[in-house]
Design a protein around this ligand. Structure first.
Ligand code: XIL
Length: 313
């Protein structure tokens, strides 16, 4: 059966990031997405600069399309991302706004976006990538304007805008043990302790063929023990081109292990890949010489990684 049918039996969402353009222009892409995945995350369409390119001027067309197509296919939608430092609108950070105006813009943005899709989004990445590599809180346009409570503030605004959506904090490089994971855990623990409305924690899991993160299951469990869902939100497994049979086999193994670690933790609600086909993956833009990170190749033929994921479900 499809990944989607297999995952349903495990009570797990199997997700993919989806490109609004590809959905509109590539029927084969759209049909594989519909067939294989039970959850869809808009890859870029919901990012702040996309929906509000000029202050007060919205373009919801791509985000609406992804949501409508997913719902027509009986898929659950995961919202990504209300606040991400790397998706700061130019007009917000050009120095023209006062701190009070930035705070006001952040609140209005969360109310508008989470409010527009209220009832149609299962969960939101409220804040994406809050930490620097060394575990310190990242300085962003809004942290400077709003002070250290900006994360708590964003979660409260999201809860008010859509009381039924699950609210997630999403990060990369925190899958296994390590200083950044510990800092992330302390951040999340602090939010829970303060009564901030957070429901879950997302682990991006953009990796390569080097050994999988150590102690991932234990790491996921300590977050779950805070009373939270955990989610694998953005898996891809890049390799250095050209591909060989050995690299594709290794890649399949990394996918399989990642999924197995999620399945080992009852609170792990979803396993989402960051694009399902090498036809549109962001990886070649991220790292020159790297690519072929997805479950399907550029012709939409399943790779060994697909069989590994299906086999683990
Ligand atoms: C990436 C998209 O895949 C690209 O299309 C875009 O140009 C940049 O963003 N972590 C995240 C995602 O949370 O939003 C990023 O997506 C990949 C890294």
């Amino acid at each position: 059966g499809s990944l989607r049918a297999l995952a349903a039996e495990r009570d797990l969402f199997i997700g993919s990031a989806a490109s609004a353009q590809a959905l509109a222009q590539d029927p084969k892409y759209a049909s594989v997405l519909a067939r294989e995945f039970s959850m869809v995350t808009p890859e870029d369409a919901m990012k702040w600069p996309r929906i509000e390119p000029q202050a007060g001027q919205h373009d919801w067309s791509d985000a609406d399309r992804v949501v409508e197509v997913a719902r027509a296919n009986g898929q659950t939608v995961y919202g990504h991302a209300l606040l991400w430092y790397a998706s700061t609108p130019a007009w917000l950070a050009d120095g023209s706004l006062s701190d009070a105006q930035i705070r006001e813009a952040v609140h209005r943005h969360i109310a508008e976006e989470a409010g527009r899709y209220r009832g149609r989004i299962w969960g939101w990445d409220v804040v994406n990538e809050p930490l620097e590599a060394d575990g310190r809180l990242r300085r962003t346009a809004w942290s400077k304007a709003m002070g250290p409570d900006w994360i708590a503030d964003a979660f409260r605004a999201a809860r008010a805008a859509d009381p039924h959506a699950k609210l997630f904090l999403n990060e990369f490089g925190v899958d296994g043990d390590g200083a950044k994971s510990d800092a992330f855990y302390e951040l999340v623990r602090g939010l829970v302790k303060k009564g901030v409305p957070i429901d879950g924690v997302g682990f991006q899991s953009h990796v390569d063929l080097t050994p999988v993160p150590e102690h991932r299951v234990e790491n996921l469990r300590r977050f779950a023990a805070l009373g939270l869902d955990v989610a694998i939100t953005e898996v891809d497994v890049r390799l250095i081109l050209p591909p060989t049979a050995a690299k594709l086999k290794k890649q399949a193994e990394v996918y399989r292990r990642t999924l197995q670690d999620c399945l080992a933790v009852p609170e792990c609600v979803s396993f989402t890949v960051w694009g399902f086909t090498d036809r549109y993956s962001w990886i070649p833009n991220l790292q020159s010489g790297a690519g072929m990170a997805c479950l399907f190749d550029a012709e939409l033929v399943p790779k060994p990684a697909y069989a590994a994921v299906a086999g683990a479900l």
